[in-house]
Design a protein around this ligand. Structure first.
Ligand code: NAP
Length: 250
């Protein structure tokens, strides 16, 4: 028996068209899961990566800046696959500006996408998982769930909030067979970090602090996602697992 095997399970991944979400969807499919990819952009590239693995794949178009599509997403997945085993709350945005200048619009946009929608999508998924008697919810947090950062006040607030929410939901739902955990990625090569990598000074300051000596490649997040989605983590509740090349250990 392979405790990491996800065969026959239905995994929803938000923001699966690119970056960490795409890498997680592909890793879960490698472990056996069927994938429901949720987002506002075309999922063709992700589907092309998953099709050769022989898993089922379905894309749901949804703008995750509001809670409006949350119930529909879970319903559509359940209608199609008959279940909802794994939810990865990955879609997220970042807005950079000095705190003195930061706008209310940039505050609300980030909090809604990174914190409010993950809560209501988790609620909709958990209503199905409770009936199944099991389920796995994984929130994609950040080093800013632990640290302050600079020029990203709503992002830090959202990711610190997401870590707290992970713990609260774990406490409420562990007894119902649902594991709620988070992954805190370090510095990964995706669209999210394009501005940082383009800034020579910030880029080398960041690199100098990463014990592993390199920015994370998206596929380096996959193992943690498979672990937290699988029976191997059935007694793991409410953790925020850093996958950061050692950044926080420094
Ligand atoms: P990314 O390439 O920018 O991916 C973000 C994903 O979220 C994209 O699929 C994006 O879709 C989706 N998204 C954003 N707003 C959306 C909306 N309103 N509706 C639907 N989808 C939406 O960056 P990433 O690094 O892979 O980010 C994935 C997660 O990891 C985020 O939560 C991010 O905060 C977190 N994270 C990343 C790092 C890192 O170093 N890269 C570090 C810590 C945490 P579109 O492509 O359509 O915009």
């Amino acid at each position: 028996m392979n405790a990491f095997d996800l065969s026959g399970q239905c995994a929803l991944v938000t923001g699966a068209n690119t970056g960490l979400g795409q890498a997680i969807a592909v890793a879960l499919a490698h472990a056996g899961a069927d994938i429901v990819a949720v987002g506002r952009s075309a999922m063709d590239e992700t589907e092309a990566n998953i099709a050769p693995l022989g898993r089922r794949f379905h894309a749901i178009k949804a703008d995750l800046s509001t809670t409006e599509p949350c119930a529909r997403i879970i319903e559509e997945a359940r209608d199609l696959f008959g279940r909802c085993d794994i939810l990865i709350n990955n879609a997220g945005i970042i807005r950079r500006q000095d705190a003195l200048e930061f706008s209310e619009e940039d505050w609300d946009a980030v909090i809604d996408t990174n914190l409010k929608v993950p809560f209501f999508l988790s609620q909709a998924a958990a209503r199905v998982m409770v009936q199944q008697g099991r389920g796995k919810i994984i929130n994609i947090a950040s080093l800013l769930s632990f640290q302050g950062g600079i020029r990203i006040p709503s992002y830090t607030a959202s990711k610190s909030g997401l870590a707290g929410l992970t713990r609260l939901l774990a406490c409420e739902w562990a007894s119902k067979g649902i594991n709620v955990n988070a992954i805190a990625p370090g510095y990964f090569v995706t669209n999210n970090t394009e501005a940082l990598r383009a800034d020579k000074e910030r880029n080398s300051a960041i690199l100098a602090r990463i014990p592993a000596g390199h920015w994370g490649e998206p596929q380096e997040i996959g193992g943690a996602a498979v672990f937290l989605s699988s029976r191997a983590s059935d007694y793991v509740h409410g953790v925020v697992l850093p996958v950061d090349g050692g950044w926080l250990a420094r």
